[in-house]
Design a protein around this ligand. Structure first.
Ligand code: NCD
Ligand code: ZN
Length: 352
């Protein structure tokens, strides 16, 4: 008997890019419809590197929401080489700021203000461990001599392992883990190491981006990897292991900036992530673990109650229709194409 219905606590998206201005206004509703809360990435220009800036940004997000929405943006601070201990204390004291994000300088979109020499931030990491403010890492080295497909593995050896040995009490999330090496490293750790997984890395390997023509809408960072890595990610996500949880990494860019000679990295998956994830979990015979991955594990990590509201996913014989693009003024943002039909439809917000 195939299962055709799943009732979930309202999911949380523990890694989300909402941008600002017109793009924020255009995209936020899709996340608010599918998720109760989201950890909001701070890589704006200029970066959200102070608590005051994070609280202002939070206000702009709330203002962009439909007035009936109960969606809660959970804010993060962008770590720079000028971040002070005082800022860390302020962030830890705020109920609205949940973590600090480490971008190695040059690793991804708007990471130029990020950290070049990690050792210079160790005193801040000690303070964060003391205050139990988690560190979220974009886990890729940026050394030009390291192949782009190896950057996560090398980050673990050169940056993460020494940091964890030095400050074992710091709680760390490897954001958007994309390799078997990353999954195994989390699984083998004794404590304080967690990982988010994206929708698109669970659905696609690098062939989807590179075979039969170059697909810029599948270009993201960390870049899609080979099939054995995708298999490891799927097994981690569907295992129920409390250390793995959803962070879609939905990262909207205007279509023309991706369809370009030097295209931007990022996949906009906020529109259809939940239907895609139900498909992945169904394929892995693990629908009973979907609630852990999307609603329980992440909430537990951040010390939050699991959302009381529910959503119902229903598998129908007709394909769920998603827009190919959404409009932002005269421009568009291209929606994630999972490449396979999605039969899971979502009944939003069943209030209890
Ligand atoms: C993200 C973005 O566009 O902000 N891009 C991406 O490919 N994931 C940045 C990031 O999370 O690396
Ligand atoms: Zn991201």
């Amino acid at each position: 008997m195939i299962q055709t219905e799943v009732l979930l606590n309202m999911p949380d998206d523990m890694h989300l890019h909402l941008r600002d201005g017109n793009i924020l206004n255009g995209v936020v509703g899709y996340s608010a419809r599918n998720f109760g809360r989201a950890i909001i990435m701070p890589n704006l220009v200029p970066p959200i590197s102070t608590s005051d800036a994070a609280l202002d940004y939070r206000r702009r997000i709330l203002n962009a929401l439909d007035h009936k929405s109960t969606f809660q943006p959970l804010m993060t601070l962008y770590l720079t080489e000028s971040t002070t201990s005082h800022e860390i204390e302020k962030a830890a004291a705020s109920p609205f700021i949940k973590a600090v994000k480490l971008y190695p300088a040059g690793a991804t979109t708007n990471s130029e203000s990020g950290v070049r020499n990690i050792k210079k931030s160790y005193h801040l990491f000690r303070k964060m461990a003391e205050l139990d403010l988690p560190l979220l890492v974009h886990g890729e080295v940026t050394d030009p001599d390291i192949d782009i497909f190896d950057r996560e593995e090398v980050f673990i050896d050169r940056i993460l392992e020494p940091l964890r040995r030095e400050i074992p009490d710091l709680r760390i999330v490897m954001e958007h883990v994309t390799t078997k090496n990353g999954v195994d490293y989390v699984k083998n750790s004794k404590k304080n190491l967690f990982a988010t997984l994206t929708t698109h890395h669970l659905m696609l390997n690098r062939n989807a981006m590179l075979v039969g023509g170059l697909r810029p809408h599948y270009y993201c960072l960390p870049i899609l990897k080979r099939e054995k890595h995708r298999a490891a990610l799927r097994s981690a996500a569907t295992s129920g292991d409390p250390r793995f949880f959803l962070g879609t990494d939905s990262a909207p860019h205007l279509t023309h900036t991706k369809e370009s000679a030097c295209g931007c990295a990022g996949v906009f998956s906020a529109v259809n992530s939940m239907g895609c994830l139900a498909t992945v979990f169904e394929e892995e015979n693990a629908l009973s673990k979907l609630n852990k991955f999307t609603a329980e594990n992440g909430a537990n990590f951040y010390g939050l109650k699991v959302n009381k509201n529910k959503i119902r996913l229903i598998r129908k014989s007709k394909v769920a229709i998603f827009p190919d693009t959404i409009s932002i003024g005269n421009e568009t943002i291209t929606v994630f194409d999972p490449g396979i039909p999605i039969y899971w439809h979502i009944d939003y917000m069943i209030n209890e």
